[in-house]
Design a protein around this ligand. Sequence first.
Ligand SMILES: Cc1cc2nc3c(=O)[nH]c(=O)nc-3n(C[C@H](O)[C@H](O)[C@H](O)COP(=O)(O)O)c2cc1C
Length: 349
Amino acid sequence: MSTRNRQMHFGLLMTANGSHFGGWRLPQADPAASFRLQHYVEMTREAERGCFDLVFMADTLALVPTQLPATLGHAPPIAHLEPLTLLSALSAVTTHIGLAGSATTTYNHPYQVARLFASLDHLSGGRAGWNLITSGNPAEAWNFGFERHPDHADRYDRAREFAEVVFGLWDSWTDDAFVFDKARGQYFEPARMRAPNHQGKHFRVKGPLNMARPPQGRPVVAQAGSSEAGRALAAATADIVFTAQQNLKGARDFYADMKARTAACGRDPASIAVLPGVAPIIGDTDAEAQRRYQALQDAFDPLIGLDALSAEFGIDLSAYPLDAPLPEDLPTSPRATSRGDLMLEQMRA
Ligand SMILES: Cc1cc2nc3c(=O)[nH]c(=O)nc-3n(C[C@H](O)[C@H](O)[C@H](O)COP(=O)(O)O)c2cc1C
């Protein structure tokens, strides 16, 4: 999986019933597909047939908490299979398509993450991709013994060192370190081992990784940060940047900024690909596409949307009239990610 040329790259964000909140309630939808391997096999094979570069599985380590009690159980909470487990199964039934999944640097340890993606890279013959996230869902903290979700800056401080350790572990061996020389009884050449012996602020990791060097050397690294810290980390470490942009100007500005930051890190700007997200609703005619869109909207309870926005803002928005502009003096609470700013900007536009 390479990002080093200027052709267009396509990635498929795999969700069971599409990314619209009304998708699972459409008559033709199978809500249980989230937990069925065959559903993802068919989707991934279709994407491979369509020459997509990768399929991508997002992740969170907790249900997204509902802000409005009335919506509990009504919204399609982010409940799905664990990405690496699913992607490993998909590696056995595909040959070319990249297999990327999210793994958080906030609630994981770099040795485990390095091992998981190196294993997927071996299993898939060099098609693994790690979407480095710092966790946008604050509720994850409660599943890992934390009182509260660490602050944005602290999460990115840890993420930077985390990435450094994972890269060091992936570089633990030269490509030819494992000689498997039965005659000499030599399994690997110690001289070709490069244990990271990392001693840092957040981690102390001796290494090496207990596995031969991944076929790609370093699996592809993706990120989706759009804050200052997110962009800086991506420019220094990522091959792919996913981004949510609302208009062409914003997308172009983001693209130019990422290329400039990558060059400023001493990297070739062509070594990073910027992939904006789109949620296409397709029909044979515009009318049919509009009809499908309306069916999704009709299947969607606005209260679920209000709940999702409240979760993003960390405040209960149900106190405000749905059809009135958002009050200028909206109480702001610390948000987990910069996503809320983007939404606020859009709602005020
Ligand atoms: C395409 C895409 C995929 C993402 N996948 C995840 C994910 O799997 N888990 C997660 O917690 N956040 C995910 N995010 C959120 C980002 O990691 C990030 O938190 C968000 O874009 C805000 O940027 P910031 O962290 O720099 O504030 C995703 C964002 C985008 C655009």
